[in-house]
Design a protein around this ligand. Structure first.
Ligand code: HEC
Length: 208
């Protein structure tokens, strides 16, 4: 009986130790998505027509590289070509990671910085419009030719982001096709992705 208890405890110790080991080897884990943007930033979105707009990107580049204002030189840490030159600076060429950010999350981080790191708050040095321009430029390193679709809550090829109305229409169509109880789910944004394929199959009118 006592031996049994002892064995159980040994097992427990082994499991806990394994947990510690796994968390210590953080590299092996897929990167965690950034925390959600706080309420004051959650509704901030890239102005229409900014993503992949050559003129905007040119202006964003001048900000990023310190040409417009020598006090704002993102490239001094993040590198002119998005390859970090200071240890710890985010590598914008890693599209798979940068994709985990929404436009609001990027805007929040650029505005407020990241506490405990070298990434400062830039809102006192850059207007909102300048912040969006620099973000449009930054996106070209790892997510060139893509834009963040607010309605679908994901990155999509440039020019294919659906409007909130299109997404809602697809959801309704999917709900009509399915059993009645599904209808109330239309309000939950998380269902957007699941509902979309049905909507497409039924209507086939969504631009992709
Ligand atoms: C002094 C160095 C430095 C400068 C200058 C700098 N950054 Fe950063 N930046 C960092 C570091 C370090 C991180 C990583 C923070 C972290 O660990 O989350 C970072 C992260 C980021 C992120 C990702 C946010 C996140 O959660 O990691 C964005 C977006 C960003 N920087 C944009 C900019 C822009 C735009 C500028 C110029 C206006 C800029 N940075 C200037 C050091 C810098």
């Amino acid at each position: 009986m006592e031996k049994d208890t002892c064995q159980k405890m040994m097992n427990l110790v082994a499991v806990v130790a394994l947990g510690w080991t796994l968390s210590a080897c953080g590299e092996a884990k897929p990167p965690a998505p950034p925390p959600p943007a706080p309420p004051e930033y959650a509704d901030k979105h890239m102005p229409d027509g900014y993503w992949n707009n050559p003129e905007i990107i040119e202006q964003g580049k001048a900000i990023f590289t310190g040409v417009e204002n020598i006090d704002v030189n993102c490239a001094s840490c993040h590198g002119k070509d998005g390859k970090p030159v200071k240890a710890g600076a985010r590598d914008f060429r890693k599209g798979d990671f940068m994709k985990l950010f929404s436009d609001s999350q990027w805007f929040w981080r650029v505005s407020e910085g990241v506490k405990g790191t070298k990434m400062k708050a830039w809102k006192s040095k850059l207007s909102e419009d300048e912040r969006w321009k620099v973000i449009a430029y930054e996106s070209t390193f790892g997510l060139k030719g893509q834009e963040y679709s607010v309605a679908e809550q994901k990155w999509v090829p440039a020019g294919t982001a659906k409007t909130a109305e299109e997404v809602a229409a697809e959801r309704n169509k999917a709900a009509e096709g399915a059993a009645a109880p599904v209808a109330e789910e239309a309000a939950a944004p998380a269902n957007g992705e699941a509902a979309a394929p049905n909507g497409e199959a039924a209507g086939g009118e969504s631009p992709r």
